[in-house]
Design a protein around this ligand. Structure first.
Ligand SMILES: *[C@@H]1O[C@H](CO)[C@@H](O)[C@H](O)[C@H]1NC(C)=O
Ligand SMILES: *[C@@H]1O[C@H](CO)[C@@H](O)[C@H](O)[C@H]1NC(C)=O
Length: 688
């Protein structure tokens, strides 16, 4: 290192070289100035020798006679080649008695050499200088550098590499490889091996293989067991490397002596690369591949039924799509429902089913219930609707919950039937507290006390009463129709000076009991069967002051014991012989029929029959204008219900004692049959 620095320093200290001679031939000569005469002081000479590529230079000194000095510091020749400055040369190779320690031949494998000659300012003796010649010499690159992977052939001025059979010289003109690229396998199954397999694979090779099969198919790879590739997989295969690539999936690098496993299906295009380095060949590898059609999922469309049913579906398979019951196949493109569709498993493993959906059937809004409500969130298949009625005036009869069925119909969730429930009027409820105590004489009713109480006025102006027994039917006395077949009916009233919201409730027909005869037999008035029904033209909307009273149930014909109290109500004459403006009511007991028979009648005594009830108290009675009105009792089985047991029928001219009432319990069958006979067929399907 020190030596080298000193040399560079001495070069820098040199005055500029005065002239440079360029030598380009295959051989030539160079001498110091004035050779073989003595050289002058202060000389600076240099020669640049250049020979063609593939040659080296051999320089031989035939004569050297240069002033000697320590380290040849004064005069010298110097040779620069191969980036090396050779030591300065001085002294003489021809004077006797002087030994010469420098080599007289110089050689470079490079094609360039520089020779410089320097003399200083003073020479004590005469020195003749130097003479040298150079020749271009051939280099045996094959020996010098071993540049070829197989065979090296030297020639003058160069060399070339050649390969063993089966190999070819690669682009760098030095290494030999095998021709292992460009192969494309297109059959559905096959085998790929490393070059020469099962003989050792070639070094210095970059092999690329490609499997490319029809779209819609997938490649499955398997390595033969006798896998042997140079390298250590645990350090990442730094020697020879096998890699498999398929789309975004990459496998490897693989090496070592364990056959790798490539799991699953690869796409239809697979690239395999195998790069080997310059040494260490092993047996190699063998890949057996097969292919399978890309599969479509069995999960085609939600809520669909597919035919035929298979565990797997392959490319080009087709299936018929239907929807599960409760769903309808809908063609999105054509915007219409269809019964089925044929779909195909496509190349990419998907079904062309995205044009269809299975839509739940829609039941539409459920039928409205008269006097009821629906309660539903959705109207499609499996939705539920819950009916309810306007309580407390109506009660649901039938099942409340309905399902939207597969057939797009609302069906009873329990029975599966289509029959709708009904909101039936609730009878016998009123606001009258049952324990008002015993009332003597009339009391003013409050709204809601007798919601069944109706006011009837005949076309001749006769006043009467009636009782609502359903939302359509009125119970009254037959004798109201003695002189007129039409009545005006008002309901929901307590104070006659006010109007009821309903106005008049028009009648449709009146049915008088067929056995009722207004006649006087042998001078005796006969009120037997004094009972009539009126059908209203329309159902009334029940509310707190307009609601039916209950009919006696089975066994209604048997009366409560004498002395049992019931309510009478009406706008009839009061004690002061004036018609009432506010509905009056009183509590009167059932009494023995004898009390009525023994009352004072103007003229002949009327006929008395078991179809009559006698009731009353001295001073408490019904009177003219109350005819047809109800005589109601608390239902002992259900004290919140009121039952009509009597209809105001007749009494002595002088009111205020005992009165006669039609025994409703004897007519329950007739009432029910008559109402049924005249029931409207369409009422079940009423639309509001
Ligand atoms: C390598 O093989 C390809 C085709 O397989 C061929 O075209 C090419 O000439 C070959 N190259 C050599 C150097 O053999
Ligand atoms: C109605 O739907 C309920 C709840 O989904 C179900 O349990 C019931 O079986 C259905 N009823 C009918 C008749 O389908």
């Amino acid at each position: 290192m020190y030596e080298h620095t000193k040399v560079i320093l001495s070069l820098l200290l040199l005055p500029p070289v005065s002239c440079t001679i360029s030598l380009k031939g295959l051989q030539g000569q160079l001498t110091s100035l004035d050779y073989p005469q003595g050289y002058a002081n202060d000389l600076q000479q240099s020669w640049e020798i250049e020979v063609p590529r593939g040659y080296g230079i051999k320089l031989s000194f035939t004569h050297i006679d240069i002033e000697p000095s320590p380290d040849c510091a004064y005069d010298h020749v110097q040779i620069f080649c191969d980036e090396i400055l050779h030591p300065l040369i001085c002294g003489s190779n021809s004077r006797e008695g002087k030994q010469f320690q420098f080599p007289q031949e110089y050689y470079t494998t490079g094609k360039w050499m520089r020779v410089t000659f320097v003399s200083d300012f003073s020479n004590e003796e005469r020195y003749t200088g130097f003479a040298a010649y150079y020749t271009a010499v051939d280099i045996n690159e094959c020996e010098e550098e071993d540049p070829c992977s197989h065979y090296c052939n030297n020639y003058i001025g160069g060399f070339h590499c050649s390969c063993r059979p089966g190999y070819f010289l690669q682009e760098n003109q030095r290494t030999c490889g095998v021709n292992c690229s460009g192969e494309v396998l297109t059959s559905f199954k096959g085998v790929i091996t490393s070059p020469n397999y099962p003989k050792p694979y070639a070094e210095n090779s970059q092999c690329q293989y490609r499997i490319q099969i029809e779209q819609g198919f997938e490649v499955i790879l398997e390595f033969a067991e006798d896998f042997d590739v140079e390298g250590d997989p645990s350090i990442g295969c730094t020697s020879d490397v096998l890699k498999v690539t398929s789309g975004a999936k990459k496998y490897g690098p693989f090496c070592g002596d364990q056959a790798p496993v490539v799991k699953g299906h690869l796409s239809n295009v697979v690239e395999i690369t195998f790069d080997t380095d310059g040494h260490g060949q092993k047996k190699g590898w063998k890949i057996i591949y097969r292919s399978t059609a890309k599969q479509c999922s069995t999960d085609i469309l939600e809520h669909s039924i597919i035919q035929p049913k298979k565990v797997e579906y392959d490319y080009k398979d087709s299936v018929q799509l239907h929807c599960e019951s409760g769903f309808e196949l809908y063609d999105i493109q054509r915007s219409e429902h269809i019964s089925s569709a044929l779909v195909h498993c496509q190349k990419d493993g998907s079904w062309n089913s995205n044009l269809y959906i299975c839509m739940p059937v829609d039941c539409g809004p459920p039928t409205k219930l008269m006097n009821g409500h629906e309660n539903f969130i959705s109207t499609v298949y499996t939705s539920q609707n819950q009916y309810s009625c306007e309580e407390p005036y109506y009660k649901l009869e039938g099942n409340a919950v309905f399902n939207c069925s597969e057939e797009a119909e609302w069906i009873d969730a329990t029975s599966g039937q289509l029959t709708l429930p009904k909101c039936k009027p609730v009878c016998g409820n009123c606001l009258l507290s049952s324990k008002t105590g015993r009332i003597f004489g009339g009391q003013q009713a409050k709204p809601g006390y007798f919601p069944w109480q109706l006011r009837l006025v005949t076309t001749r102006g006769e006043m009467g009463g009636g009782a609502l027994i359903s939302d359509r039917w009125v119970l009254t006395a037959a004798h109201l129709f003695d002189n007129s077949l039409q009545v005006e009916i008002h309901g929901g009233l307590v104070d006659l000076r006010r109007r009821s919201p309903e106005g008049e409730l028009p009648m449709e027909l009146a049915i008088i009991h067929p056995s009722y005869r207004k006649q006087v037999e042998d001078g005796q008035p006969n009120f037997n069967h004094d009972i009539a029904l009126i059908k209203l033209r329309e159902k009334v909307k029940l509310r707190s002051n307009l609601a039916p009273v209950c009919l006696p149930g089975p066994g209604g014909a048997s009366l409560p014991d004498d002395g049992t109290l019931g309510y009478i109500s009406g706008w009839g004459r009061m004690e002061k012989r004036k018609l009432a403006v506010i509905l009056q009511y009183a509590e009167v007991p059932i009494v023995s029929m004898d009390e009525c028979k023994n009352s004072n009648y103007d003229g002949p005594k009327p006929v008395f029959t078991p179809n009559m009830i006698c009731a009353g108290l001295p001073g408490v009675d019904s009177c003219q204008g109350d005819s047809g009105g109800p005589y109601v009792f608390i239902d002992l089985q259900n004290p919140s219900r009121h039952v009509v047991r009597g209809i105001v029928s007749f009494g002595p001219q002088e009111c205020g004692n005992y009165g006669v009432y039609t025994h409703v319990g004897n007519y329950v069958d007739w009432i029910e049959t008559t109402m049924k006979e005249h029931e409207d067929r369409e009422t079940d399907l009423e639309v509001i």
